[in-house]
Design a protein around this ligand. Structure first.
Ligand SMILES: *Cc1c(COP(=O)(O)O)cnc(C)c1O
Length: 458
């Protein structure tokens, strides 16, 4: 392909002919054509038609430091020139992966001192399971092999990730799943709370974990995995008593607690890790996305000393990837984490940008006729579209209404995602007050337009 391709039509035609998109109806997409994003800076994207788009999702929840940071590009370039690749398998290491590991040990809660690397969040969750199984094996409890997860969770799209995830539409296309995975219901009070108050419901959902552990036999259960708040599932924040109760149950039955921090990690809630916001202590943390702000792919698993020490002391752990601890990714991660720390970006989410964003959203949309609840803290929010707030009545065609709202956002150059009938926002952590105003104004306009379209249709 030597022809110069420089127009939207060209890109669209070649994209339609040769590129399979993730999670997309390719037939439908190819008829309309993809939006071609050509550059980005700060919180803005530009498409091939010259439109400037405000990115209310930080890419896919990952561009925490915003687009266009020279520090990351410089670190990656320097590393590519010095040592573009070497593995960490055969008694070797390299400076970037050492530096990254020491930095993560400093930033993570004190009991996390050892890190395994991979290339994505899905691989991080696979790796976490490998580590958990290894831990129980060296403890002499190999029967502890069942893992409990939740409905409407997202843990990635590898076989293990998708099996752990609780999204039925993914399971439908997966005839073979991983063994020994069980699901309990999600702590989604607005949608599933019925007549219970939120706290009673949160405890009831946590106690499903205990019931499931007893059903499987505590001697057979290795771990429970959960996102501190469900991301792709709709930015669902559990009632405040949920996580402490889950933690209590895990401890009581000696079941390891894995926090999937792929979205929650690296400042999203205003803490370094979302479990710190919710006030519980996991044994294993999986991370990706914000680890490198998405500039290059990388995932990681943090093991608490309790898990890591026996693994380290008991011979070979047969797991790893060609690109585990890739030097360019590690160098970019170090540069990224230093920006988050040294520029006070995480602290600013907690004390300034986060509270401003949450306040503006609630002022603009808290009483909106088709908004049922606004969930979130820091720079992440889920806006529930609903027919009636007081009775928590959802729209019968909620998926269509969410998709319609997202289309209004798309047309007004705001990236706001829909998960069924919840609208999701997760902007870069460097978003300014003016940019927050712009996001909230456009989101409100799109929700107004959605409400008008519903009225017209009725
Ligand atoms: C995105 C995501 C994953 C999967 O990460 P990939 O890098 O897409 O494999 C896992 N868990 C959560 C919570 C995620 O949001």
């Amino acid at each position: 392909m030597n022809d110069r391709i420089d127009s939207t039509a060209h890109y669209r035609a070649l994209d339609a002919a040769h590129h399979m998109h993730p999670f997309s109806d390719m037939g439908a997409l190819n008829r309309t054509g993809s939006r071609v994003i050509v550059k980005a800076e700060g919180v803005y994207l530009w498409d091939s038609e010259g439109n400037r788009i405000i990115d209310g999702m930080a890419g896919l929840w990952c561009v925490n430091v915003g687009y266009g940071r020279r520090e990351l590009a410089d670190a990656a370039l320097k590393q590519m020139q010095e040592l573009p690749y070497y593995n960490t398998f055969f008694k070797t290491t390299h400076p970037p992966v050492v530096e990254l590991s020491a930095l993560l040990a400093e930033l993570a809660p004190s009991k996390f001192n050892r890190f395994l690397y991979c290339n994505s969040g899905s691989e991080a969750n696979d790796t976490a399971l490998r580590a958990v199984h290894r831990y129980w094996a060296v403890q002499g409890q190999p029967k502890k092999r069942h893992v409990i997860a939740r409905t409407n969770a997202y843990h990635g799209s590898t076989i293990a990730g998708a099996t752990l995830g609780g999204m039925s539409y993914m399971h439908e296309q997966m005839p073979s799943k991983m063994e020994h995975v069980a699901h309990i219901d999600q702590p989604y009070w607005f949608g599933e709370g019925g007549a219970m108050n939120a706290e009673a419901f949160g405890l009831a959902r946590a106690r499903q974990l205990e019931a499931k552990i007893l059903e499987l036999g505590a001697d057979n259960v290795a771990a429970f995995i959960g996102e501190p708040f469900q991301g792709a599932g709709g930015v669902i924040f559990p009632p405040s008593g949920y996580w402490p109760e889950v933690e209590r149950i895990c401890r009581k039955h000696d079941v390891l607690l894995i926090a999937d921090e792929v979205i929650g990690g690296f400042g999203r809630t205003g803490e370094w890790f979302a479990h710190e916001h919710f006030g519980f202590e996991p044994d294993v943390i999986t991370m990706a996305k914000g680890l490198t702000s998405g500039y290059v792919p990388m995932g990681a698993v943090a093991l608490s000393d309790r898990i890591a020490d026996p693994i380290v002391q008991n011979g070979e752990f047969n797991h790893g990837f060609t690109y585990s601890g890739h030097p360019v990714a590690a160098a970019a991660a170090v540069a990224n984490l230093k920006l988050l720390r040294d520029e006070g970006i995480v602290a600013r989410v907690k004390h300034d940008a986060g509270p401003y964003f949450q306040k503006r959203l609630r002022e603009a949309l808290g009483d909106h006729p088709i908004v049922g609840e606004i969930a979130g803290v820091g720079l992440v929010a889920g806006i529930q579209l609903a027919e009636d707030r007081a009775t928590r009545k959802r729209f019968a065609n909620g998926d269509d209404i969410g998709a319609m709202c997202r289309d209004f956002c798309f047309a007004s150059n705001l990236v706001m995602r829909a998960s069924h009938d919840r609208m999701l926002l997760s902007p870069p952590l460097v978003v300014t007050h003016d940019e927050i105003d712009e996001i909230v104004d456009r989101a409100s306009a799109a929700i107004d337009a959605t409400a008008r379209a519903i009225t017209r249709a009725a």
